[in-house]
Design a protein around this ligand. Structure first.
Ligand code: AP5
Ligand code: MG
Ligand code: ZN
Length: 214
């Protein structure tokens, strides 16, 4: 099963993608997590990506597409994968379609997690992320068992550099301008499904599981 998660920054793409990956036993591929891991490790890619990410801008397609195409060619992706944060522009979507077409495949579902902008800033200011394993919490909605510590790997939780309110607003503007057109793109392909992302996390996941079947 090959799934794309669409949605504004903070809509819950990562939260849901992790659950889908667990339930269907397919890899969760988050370009944001890959860039953050590169920043943490001080790689060249990380240095380049950080310049854009800290401003709430998109990392250029040429730094992003090859990375994803390489990742989905790995063996663990042969039964499918869930893409989180990619594609984010029409050219990225076209590059993905092209790459899959070459091997006689196509995406199965594009799931749009719909959350209005008015909810987003609040969610982001409460988000805490684990740089160790990528887990995400919310201080009120989804708190870790022990404050500031990841339930899964025990690392310290941090506020993401790009979760400051000014940067969140910029990310929302960029989303509406460059990523939202993908909703129509996948609707035309007949694979778009929309879920109400303002529900409780478990209810959002139940709606997604229903769409995916089983
Ligand atoms: P990325 O890491 O993809 O960030 P994003 O799209 O802005 O989305 P987020 O990760 O912020 O939110 P999410 O939808 O995953 O929500 P989450 O589950 O965490 O990208 C970061 C940057 O990297 C970009 O700005 C760009 O610069 C660059 N980049 C990445 N991919 C790129 C690409 N393809 N091309 C170019 N540049 C790229 O949830 C948010 C919060 O809400 C959490 O605290 C969570 O616990 C909470 N929450 C989740 N669900 C619920 C619920 N149902 N109810 C209440 N709270 C909830
Ligand atoms: Mg995310
Ligand atoms: Zn962790």
């Amino acid at each position: 099963m090959k799934i794309i998660m669409l949605g504004a920054p903070g809509a819950g793409k990562g939260t849901q993608a992790k659950q889908i990956a667990g339930k269907y036993n397919i890899p969760h591929i988050s370009t944001g997590d890959i860039f953050r891991a590169n920043i943490k490790n001080g790689t060249d890619l990380g240095k380049k990506a950080k310049e854009y990410m800290d401003q709430g801008l998109l990392v250029p397609d040429e730094l992003t597409c090859d990375l994803v195409m390489d990742r989905i060619s790995h063996d663990d992706c042969k039964n499918g994968f869930v893409l989180d944060g990619f594609p984010r522009t029409i050219p990225q979507a076209e590059a993905l379609d092209e790459a899959l077409k070459k091997i006689g495949q196509s995406m199965d579902f594009a799931i749009n997690v719909d959350v209005p902008d008015s909810h987003i800033v609040n969610r982001m200011s409460g988000r805490r992320a684990c740089l160790g394993c990528g887990a995400t919490y919310h201080v009120v909605a989804i708190p870790p068992k022990k404050e500031g510590i990841c339930d899964i790997c025990g690392s310290e939780l941090v506020l993401r550099d790009d979760d400051k309110p000014e940067t969140v607003q910029k990310r929302l503007d960029v989303y509406h301008e460059q990523t939202q057109p993908l909703i129509e793109y996948y609707d035309k392909q007949g694979i778009l499904k929309t879920v109400d992302g303002t529900m409780q996390m478990e209810d959002v996941f139940a709606s997604i599981a229903k769409i995916l079947g089983a």
